[in-house]
Design a protein around this ligand. Structure first.
Ligand code: 5GP
Length: 137
């Protein structure tokens, strides 16, 4: 079954489309968490970041940067977040790859706090974490 975003791509359901090319589409997020909140979506139904190849990821991020600059120019926000949720535990609700561009006007616009665990892991443990990632590259 098609995802909700594929339905938008195929014009089966409406959306406020901002940009489109062969590989990606961008439209306003229906929730408008903040004024100008935009989604950049792959046209192919990749489920998450782990399915992306170099070509689509490079192109996608180029479009994200282009649109971020346009949103910045259009609305003059005080800041801007780039967000991508992968997996239900990370807050993903639509399983079709997309990046949120969220212009920020106030600190209270969006609640997203990173726990600060600085100092909890030993240097040895941190080195083990680096090595685990490096050996998976
Ligand atoms: P996720 O939680 O997967 O990172 O983000 C999914 C986003 O898609 C949500 O912010 C939600 O508001 C948006 N969304 C869900 N359904 C629709 C829709 O039909 N149209 C648009 N424009 N956005 C949608």
């Amino acid at each position: 079954m098609s995802t909700i975003f594929t339905k938008i791509i195929k014009r089966e359901i409406p959306a406020n489309i901002i940009y489109e090319d062969d590989l990606v589409i961008a439209f306003l997020d229906i929730s408008q968490a903040t004024l100008g909140h935009t989604l950049v979506v792959t046209k192919r139904e990749y489920e998450n970041i782990f399915e992306l190849d170099d070509k689509i990821s490079a192109h996608l991020y180029k479009v994200v940067v282009k649109l971020s600059k346009a949103i910045n120019k259009a609305f003059n926000p005080s800041g801007l977040n780039i967000l991508n949720n992968n997996g239900q535990v990370a807050g993903q609700t639509v399983f079709h790859y997309h990046i949120h561009i969220i212009p920020r006007y106030n600190e209270s616009d969006v609640n997203f706090t990173l726990t600060n665990n600085y100092g909890l892991a030993t240097q040895e443990e941190l080195e083990k974490r680096c090595k685990a990632i490096q050996s998976a590259l």
